[in-house]
Design a protein around this ligand. Structure first.
Ligand code: GDD
Ligand code: MN
Length: 379
């Protein structure tokens, strides 16, 4: 208290903190060349509005965070959160949103592809009562302009159609990474959101709808621009994570995305197993058992590394943990194998249908392996 009494009223005002009306969250990974322009353009677009800008950087090797902190020194309404040891667009956005107390928050890419000049129109929509205002490339005057290659355009259209299935309502551009939302709505659903991949908006809409009434959504058209500098982080991994999220939402959230990816990896492991087995037995036909053991180890190793970089990309093991994780994975999978065989033979004894017994055994071991490695390996 003492120190407070000694400070001037002006200093006190800053100590009470700012509470702008709008926070713009900008996730960044290797966007050093773009961040200054982002601040400049947002400042122009939001003239007359009380706003702040939060960069959320995942320790970009190009030093984006340093550039963002430089900007923060020049503008008292700009800040940067730097996260260590983590990657992910969705989780970066979530952390940025949870770091502000502005009643309205926008998420916008840091490569200038999103047209910041529609921010005031989006704000008008949420002020007027919309829960979410989506910057949409596919309604009214909006378009994906020069921003997408033909193949990405095709993928984007397909994903849009799939999303309508799970969103439960017409959404012109569910894949949009550009939207504004009431902060309290976001805080409410945040614990249930997936932290994988790119598709935070779709996840937000679906999760909010499941918790009560479907959110009131307004669309604000815009033209998607070409990326300014640097390159896109979209990858096959991001696409797979989207498919996982889609399947997970389709099953009513019953199956977590990571289980679906884990199962997918498991399927690929079966192919690896059979290939090694076939290869080995065709070279040395008399040693089936040796071939089977070799194939099993190869498939387990394959599954481990694929899970580590795909299913659990957000909590990837490195260094020593990678190797102890692999050993643990062998142990868990062996127990899973025992579970597989005992369930299968139990069922087979009750009813001698090999396919059903085999499938039940495989299902049993996948659930077992998933659950146990989730607790011990990729916690
Ligand atoms: N912090 C953080 N961590 N930021 C990331 C990460 C990450 O792992 N990955 C990407 N970003 C940042 C980028 O630096 C950029 O500011 C923004 O997220 C979008 O990433 P891009 O790599 O430019 O994605 P895109 O242009 O291919 O996709 C964008 O447009 C799509 C519409 O077609 C995104 O907005 C998608 O969400 C959107 O669906
Ligand atoms: Mn982009």
């Amino acid at each position: 208290m003492d120190s407070l009494i000694k400070t001037s009223p002006d200093q006190l005002a800053t100590r009470r903190g700012r509470s702008p009306e709008l926070a713009v969250i900008v996730p960044t990974f290797n966007e050093r060349a773009n961040v200054a322009a982002v601040v400049e353009r947002i400042a122009v677009a939001l003239e007359g509005i009380d706003w702040e800008l939060v960069f959320v950087d995942d320790n970009s090797p190009d030093g984006t965070a340093d550039a963002a902190w430089d900007l923060a020194r020049q503008h008292d309404n700009v800040r940067c959160i730097k996260r260590l040891g983590r990657r992910g667009l969705s989780s970066a956005c979530a952390e940025g949103i949870l770091s502000t107390n502005a009643p309205f928050v926008a998420v916008m890419d840091g490569d200038l592809q999103h047209d910041e000049s529609i921010l005031p129109a989006m704000l008008a929509k949420v002020r007027a009562g919309a829960d979410i205002a989506v910057g949409s490339r596919y309604s009214g005057e909006g378009s994906s302009g020069e921003g997408l290659s033909p193949i990405r355009q095709w993928g984007s259209n397909l994903a849009t159609r799939l999303s309508t299935l799970v969103a439960g309502q017409e959404l012109a551009d569910p894949m949009s990474g550009f939207f504004m939302v009431r902060r309290d709505l976001f805080v409410d659903v945040a614990p249930q959101l997936s932290d994988e991949g790119f598709k935070i908006l779709l996840d937000l809409v679906v999760t909010a709808a499941r918790k009560g009434t479907p959110p009131a959504i307004a669309q604000v058209p815009y033209v998607f621009r070409q990326r300014q500098a640097g390159e896109s982080k979209m990858s096959p991994l991001v696409v797979l994570q989207f498919l996982g999220l889609f399947l997970s939402k389709l099953t009513g959230g019953l199956l977590p995305t990571s289980f679906l990816l884990f199962a997918l990896v498991g399927f690929s492991g079966v192919a690896v197993h059979l290939s090694v087995l076939w290869l080995f037995t065709s070279v040395v036909p008399e040693t089936f058992i040796v071939a089977q053991i070799l194939a099993t180890i190869t498939a387990m190793t394959w599954n481990f590394f694929l899970n580590n970089s795909l299913t659990y990309a957000d909590r990837k093991l490195h260094g020593l943990k990678l190797w102890t994780g692999l050993l643990g994975f062998y142990v868990v999978c062996s127990m899973g194998g025992v579970a597989n065989i005992s369930i299968a033979s139990m069922i087979y004894e009750a009813r001698p249908a090999p396919l059903i017994a085999g499938l039940a055994g495989a299902l049993m071991s996948s659930v077992f392996n998933y659950a146990v490695t989730r607790i011990f390996t990729w916690k």
